[in-house]
Design a binder for this molecule. Structure first.
Ligand code: RM4
Ligand code: MN
Ligand code: MN
Length: 405
């Protein structure tokens, strides 16, 4: 045992740490998480799912009112703004009406028929140009709505060896990202997301953080990397990637979800809460080091096929708050000292104890002090909101599937 004090912080300190951390914690909701989605095998329609952008905003507003931590909604251009810039005025109205703002703008380069063999990396220059035009439209939408991020995920890749030139596709992808970056306004950012496989099953053009990092760096200073927690191979040490990207000032944002196998879109922390804690602990370390929270967007990217949407979203935000609160309990000063003296067991115990602390009573206290529902899930049930939207939407939902996230 070291000479350092490693007992868990006394409860008033813990409650202060947690209150301060939660005051600064916000996580973005995905518009597509409120709509009916499915797997490639089937779509199970939910009577209460949102059937329009208005309903997505209404749902997001409700989640924010219940949790106090979800002030923005990520939008998917094709699903939410099919009219492009013309839809911006409507979004503005919804923002005012529901008390949540538009967040990251997600171009959609994976659904239209012309993208069968790729979008920005399609061998056909006409299709590449269409893809770039959509990226540029998305940048303009972002400017009009005033959000910070254009969040780019490319489904491009190939299914069989030898069928596509990996090398030429690198160049095409780079060209598109450079053109997009050139259109950004000051203060706007472009996030490059990576994913190892699916829908492409042999090679994916932006398959891992190294590729995303290189693409972002070559595109320009306003391009950063987006880490989707579900987009890694099984044994990948995700917090190490997070640490590297923080070290390089290249971590633009997260898409949070959990998984057991691949891109499963499960609820954050449902399979491995310690993984989420470890990621948040790296974020807290960065904030401690620089005395300021990094400009990294926390976003949810989950689309629940079986769980009811509203309940799952409220649960996710609450879980994120709890795990972030636990990470805030790591005493960075003491931990750094223990690391310096290679006091392995004490360092690990300090880290682990923060994870194992049940912060729920303190999070409740914080909610109460901020005038929020102490138990957001219970408050959702008691509010009658679910019953109301089920009645309003069930006829519209019968048989319809609006998106395929
Ligand atoms: C992808 C990726 C993107 C998301 C789509 C719907 O797997 O995670 O971020 O926009 O799904
Ligand atoms: Mn994602
Ligand atoms: Mn995904």
């Amino acid at each position: 045992m070291s000479q350092h004090q490693i007992s868990s912080p006394n409860s008033s300190t813990a409650s202060d740490h947690i209150a301060k951390a939660l005051d600064g914690f916000a996580i973005e909701l995905p518009s597509w998480g409120f709509a009916n989605t499915g797997t490639r095998f089937g779509k199970f329609v939910q009577a209460a799912a949102a059937t329009s952008l208005d309903e997505k905003f209404a749902d997001a507003g409700m989640v924010h009112r219940l949790t106090g931590a979800a002030p923005t909604v990520a939008l998917h251009v094709l699903w939410d703004l099919p009219g492009g810039l013309q839809d911006v005025a409507h979004v503005r109205k919804l923002e005012a009406q529901h008390g949540v703002r538009a967040g990251a703008i997600n171009p959609n380069l994976f659904q239209d028929q012309q993208y069968k063999f790729g979008s920005v990396a399609n061998p056909d220059p006409t299709i590449r140009a269409q893809a770039v035009a959509h990226l540029l439209d998305s940048v303009e939408i972002g400017k009009a709505l005033g959000g910070q991020d254009i969040s780019i995920w490319l489904a491009d890749g190939s299914n069989y060896p030898g069928t596509q030139s990996i090398r030429r596709r690198i160049q095409w992808t780079q060209d598109a990202l450079c053109q997009t970056h050139a259109a950004l306004a000051p203060g706007q950012r472009m996030l490059v997301e990576y994913k190892p496989f699916e829908p492409a099953f042999y090679h994916t053009d932006v398959a891992d953080w190294g590729m995303a990092l290189e693409f972002a760096r070559r595109a320009g200073p306003q391009a950063k990397v987006l880490v989707d927690t579900g987009h890694h191979y099984q044994a990948q040490n995700i917090e190490q990637i997070v640490a590297w990207l923080l070290q390089l000032d290249m971590l633009g944002g997260f898409h949070f979800n959990d998984r057991r196998y691949a891109d499963d879109d499960l609820t954050l922390g449902s399979i491995d809460p310690y993984q989420v804690f470890r990621i948040f602990a790296e974020m807290r370390y960065e904030a401690w080091l620089k005395s300021a929270a990094p400009n990294t967007a926390y976003m949810i990217d989950q689309s629940h096929n079986l769980k009811p949407k509203m309940e799952a979203m409220v649960q996710t935000v609450a879980v994120a708050q709890e795990l972030y609160a636990r990470a805030a309990l790591v005493d960075q000063h003491v931990l750094a000292a223990l690391q310096d003296t290679c006091d392995l067991v004490a360092a690990e115990e300090l880290y682990r104890s923060a994870f194992w602390q049940d912060v729920r009573p303190l999070v409740r206290e914080w909610r109460k002090a901020r005038g929020l529902a102490e138990d957001p899930l219970a408050a959702l049930h008691e509010s009658g909101y679910i019953a109301k939207i089920t009645t309003e939407r069930q006829a519209k939902n019968a048989g319809s599937v609006t998106a395929y996230a």
